[in-house]
Design a protein around this ligand. Sequence first.
Ligand SMILES: NC(=O)c1ccc[n+]([C@@H]2O[C@H](COP(=O)([O-])OP(=O)(O)OC[C@H]3O[C@@H](n4cnc5c(N)ncnc54)[C@H](OP(=O)(O)O)[C@@H]3O)[C@@H](O)[C@H]2O)c1
Length: 379
Amino acid sequence: MVYLPTGKPLSIRMSAVRADRAVVWWFNPRTGEARHLPGSRQRSGRGLGAGSGRRFGELPAAGRRHPLKTPGRPYVRTRALIPALNYNEHLMAEMKRILVIGAGNIGGALIGGMLSSGVADREHLRACEASEERAQEIREKWGIEVVTTGNRDPVSQAEVIILSVKPQTLPYVLKDIRDVLREDQLLISVAAAFPISVIEKIVQKKMPVFRVMPNIPVVVDEGATGLSTNAAVTREQRRFVENIFRSVGVVCVIDEEMMDAVTALSGSGPAYIYMVIEALIAGGLKMGLTHQVATRLAEQTVLGAAKLVRETMLHPAILKDRVITPGGVTISAIHELERHGLRAMLISAVETATKRSRQLTESLKAKVEEEFCSPKQTR
Ligand SMILES: NC(=O)c1ccc[n+]([C@@H]2O[C@H](COP(=O)([O-])OP(=O)(O)OC[C@H]3O[C@@H](n4cnc5c(N)ncnc54)[C@H](OP(=O)(O)O)[C@@H]3O)[C@@H](O)[C@H]2O)c1
């Protein structure tokens, strides 16, 4: 039996387990009180688990069955089981002092995700920013301390450091903070095409380093993140960092050598999908729909189609087949798409982007070697 800090017994119920978010309830059998475990995600809208319309802290209505087990609803299996969060481990995780260096698009989204999900609280989360205007925006929106007077002091006071500056700025930031970094801190970089070996070379410390590739939908908590680590990272540290990125979407743990492919698929992927949405809107406009109607229908079609792939776990080819009627409308459009090679184009796009990411990584390695790791620079 696990006990809450108040001394009350804790029983944890997994109301839904999904690859992207675990909804974990804690339930006190004596008082009948039930809540989401901080850090686990309450789903919004209709759908699985807590998305069944209950508010935070509400018990399921008497006699109401678990939404996953309601007759007529398909029981959705997990793609990859997430280990159930251990409450005590979670409390410990909450105590870590986290610093985000660069509170731009990605850094700002991570701050929001960590605070909303309970992975961090305002007292334990700080940011460093170059721009005073952006710093003020973050202070007003999230109520955390944002420092604009340099990174070294905040780094020395942090336990977890998230580096979310642009890749070309990162070597300078690392060089500036390397002598205040400690081996008991966690270093997390989200910089594209910036390998762990280069970070290690610049900081010259045997510390746990994460290389993470999120994508821009983290700003709406629907990111897709690839995560890899160096050998110094422990299982607990990895779970902690996974929780940070799970607070803004889905996380896949991968070998670092696959990071260029992840960058090409999900890192750049939103841009490909925006082109698809843009083209669908243009098609609607050409056929006489209003701008507003075409946009609403196009965006919801992409969102709904993706959700169906995720929730049914069926291969997209099977779902596509279900929309086709012999001699009908959809098959004539699919013929056009095949004629113009839509699928081949997207496959080539991911392949070309992967090669480009590898090229950028190689040139960055050479530049860092020359500028930051020559004997006179490392002194
Ligand atoms: N955006 C994406 O879709 C995406 C996807 C995956 C990974 N990433 C990676 O995420 C990282 C951040 O990207 P982003 O799109 O969030 O960039 P961003 O919006 O430009 O954010 C970077 C922030 O860092 C600030 N900054 C610059 N130098 C700094 C310093 N020395 N100390 C503290 N803050 C500093 C910048 O301020 P100023 O603007 O004043 O310079 C800016 O506010 C990049 O490495 C990128 O490769 C981005």
